[in-house]
Design a protein around this ligand. Structure first.
Ligand code: SF4
Length: 679
């Protein structure tokens, strides 16, 4: 056996974007481990990628040939066809849709399966722009609320590097199931704690990182804005606000504090389901400890008050003047990279006036035909909408329509793919060259393929290159090679690239996106807010313009619930959202976690099968009685496949797609009223 060791990068939807060393034997991946090419991840990767990458690439589930549906949608009845036949069928069927309804009846339905610049979206968007297809606003599904909250407050600048956590006196992990989703941040926090630093975790669930915290604020879901306001008000009462910093660098502090003063610790404690003393301890540590590093996750954005919660939380370091000199907010790392999306995506090809639809509304548009022109052709790629969208049953009804022609591009026969008419086999990130930014750190990486494409699979770029040719698109941009696409993805004149073309960045050494002074990019060290005022905007005219006048300042919307329990859906250690959900790592449905008091009230025993339901659907899960959740809250991990469920529904079936967060039309996965009873 001759084992070759090849450098690569993990492409999954995870902020860490770890550098990898891939062991290849006879064209097959036999071992994947971490490498030192990226100093931040430093040779460590998560268990799921180390254990399951071989199966992910070479397992029996891997799609290897184009397929055409032969039976009803959803039943997984397909026949093998050639690439030529597949492209012909797509051209004819999509052409017929365009002929009858116009190009806006066609739409990409994609999200963030792979995270590289090329596979994420490059040639694909050029194709849809030229086609004149309906545009998709994707950020509403995940991350958009957080991005808008940050951009409105600080502008298009990166937060501090996650490496800062290692030297913090106080780490605050807020709505961030970091052990499952941000592994290397946790390693830094542990090192800080060994050096005497403190950790506060704000989360309705006692996650693994919460178990390690000095203080766990187990608040009611969606009350983050009240907690943050209260902390601000109590810091002011203590005289701990940095008035000089505020005067120089913060806009709207007085209006923000006027709202905050309505929520002294005693009142906020009651509303958030906390003890007043816990809030006051948090306040004292926020005032005393320096450096302070705040790491908000996606958890708190997924409620009706999500944008307000994040804005109020990230206002706290600003009010304390704790930004720079080791302090900061770990967020918006994507802004560290010199991206050139106009060159990569070519929006200039798009006909003027083409509509944009929001991703969370697509299930409704499909199922109810409530738009003109209706959606009649979809390209589903990098995405598993049936499992990950809110209101799963409505999405499923929409995808099951026989009069909607769907093309799927995938690695494996997901439950979304079973609803497609033609399924095209995609290559994994080990099979093509790729350029990687990250949404969790400030390092640019590149990888070469480590094995040949499996079966007849092709990289997304080549699939859309062939589609463009079949549709007769003759612009030179549709002939761009993958290397040319990389060079179009980031600004090659950026001094941090040192004159190297992006397509030539070494694969064994990540490139740090540092500041002009060569030091890491850090607000108030070497970069400053990029808001319209140049200040940190706690009151934002830009957000008000984009999301309504009520969005000028954080706000609080009461919850009116018809059911007495609130369901939240944290990330799993075994999957990345639904990715890897068909491998041995995810053989069965996750349990439903319920507090002993709620279980006793319903006469439910640990291990029982229970129904979890509301007006939208019903899921059967095994009950785990535990005080890891607080009374009034139940939790079950997101991303399980439908086949793990006796009802053929998973918890996404219970989540409203019509309830939207206060920014970015964000999905409210953690704002789901349910009831639970014995089966
Ligand atoms: S999923 Fe995340 S932690 Fe795991 S290897 Fe990939 S980037 Fe690293």
């Amino acid at each position: 056996m001759t084992l070759e060791q090849q450098p690569s990068v993990c492409t999954f939807d995870c902020p860490d974007a770890c550098s990898l060393t891939v062991g290849v034997d006879d064209g097959r991946i036999v071992k994947v481990r971490g490498s030192d090419a990226l100093p931040y991840t430093a040779g460590v990767i998560c268990n799921k990628v180390a254990r399951y990458s071989g199966d992910f690439v070479h397992g029996a589930q891997r799609l290897q040939h184009p397929l055409r549906r032969t039976g009803p949608k959803g039943l997984e009845q397909f026949e093998r066809i050639s690439w030529e036949m597949a492209l012909d069928e797509i051209y004819e069927r999509v052409g017929a849709v365009i002929g009858r309804w116009g190009p806006q009846a066609v739409m990409p339905l994609n999200y963030a399966g792979p995270h590289g610049f090329l596979a994420g979206d490059s040639m694909s968007l050029r194709f849809f722009h030229k086609l004149g297809a309906t545009q998709l606003y994707r950020r509403a599904l995940c991350g958009g609320v957080r991005s808008e909250a940050w951009a409105g407050t600080y502008g298009a600048v990166p937060g501090c590097p996650p490496e800062f956590a290692e030297h913090a006196q106080l780490n605050v992990v807020w709505g961030n199931n970091a052990t499952a989703t941000n592994l290397h941040l946790v390693r830094g926090i542990r090192r800080a704690m060994r050096a005497g630093g403190r950790l506060v975790v704000v989360d309705p669930l006692r996650t693994k990182i919460a178990e390690q915290a000095d203080l766990h604020l187990q608040l009611l879901p969606g009350t983050d804005v009240l907690l943050a306001w209260s902390v601000a008000a109590e810091l002011e009462r203590l005289g701990s606000l940095d008035t000089a910093f505020i005067a120089a660098h913060v806009l709207g502090a007085e209006e923000f504090l006027a709202l905050a003063r309505e929520w002294p610790a005693a009142r906020a404690a009651e509303a958030c389901g906390l003890q007043e003393s816990q809030i006051l301890t948090f306040v004292r540590w926020m005032a005393e400890d320096d450096p302070l590093v705040l790491s908000p996750g996606n958890g708190l954005e997924r409620s009706r008050n999500g944008g307000s919660g994040i804005r109020a939380a990230i206002a706290l370091p600003a009010l304390l003047g704790k930004l720079g000199r080791g302090s900061g907010v770990v967020l918006a790392a994507g802004n560290a990279f010199p991206k050139t999306p106009a060159k990569l995506y070519r929006p200039d090809l798009l006909p003027a006036g083409t509509r944009t639809l929001t991703i969370n509304d697509i299930g409704r548009h499909l199922a109810e035909d409530d738009i003109d022109p209706p959606l009649r052709a979809l390209f589903i790629y990098n995405h598993n909408p049936i499992v990950v969208h809110p209101d799963q049953n409505r999405m499923r009804r929409g995808l099951a329509r026989e009069d909607v022609f769907s093309v799927g591009i995938e690695l494996t026969m997901t439950e979304s793919m079973t609803h497609c008419d033609v399924v095209l086999p995609a290559a994994t990130h080990f099979e093509y060259a790729e350029l990687y930014a990250s949404y969790g750190h400030h390092w640019l990486q590149r990888a070469e393929p480590v094995i040949a494409s499996v079966g007849d699979s092709l990289p997304n770029t080549e699939i859309f290159r062939r589609l463009a040719a079949r549709f007769g698109f003759t612009e030179p941009c549709f002939e761009a090679t993958d290397a040319e696409l990389m060079d179009d993805a980031v600004d090659m004149t950026d001094q941090r690239l040192g004159g190297t073309r992006p397509s030539k960045i070494p694969t064994r050494r990540a490139l740090q996106m540092a500041g002009p002074d060569g030091r890491p990019l850090v607000l108030f060290d070497n970069i400053f807010p990029a808001t319209p005022s140049g200040k940190i905007e706690l009151k934002s005219a830009a957000l008000a313009e984009r999301w309504g006048t009520g969005a000028a300042l954080p706000a609080w919307r009461e919850r009116e619930a018809a059911y007495s329990l609130m369901l939240i859906s944290p990330a799993s250690d075994n999957r990345i959202s639904s990715t890897l959900g068909d491998l041995a790592a995810s053989p069965k449905a996750p349990p439903l976690l319920m507090h002993p008091a709620d279980a006793a009230r319903r006469s439910l025993a640990h291990g029982a099968q229970v129904r979890v339901w509301n007006d939208r659907g019903e899921v059967v899960l095994r009950l785990a009685v535990t005080d890891a959740v607080r009374p009034g809250v139940v939790a079950s991990e997101k991303g399980a496949w439908l086949k793990t469920s006796p009802t053929g529904q998973t918890i996404s079936a219970l989540v409203s797609a019509d309830l939207k967060a206060d920014l970015a039309e964000g999905a409210c996965f953690n704002d789901t009223p349910v009831e639970v009873a014995r089966v």
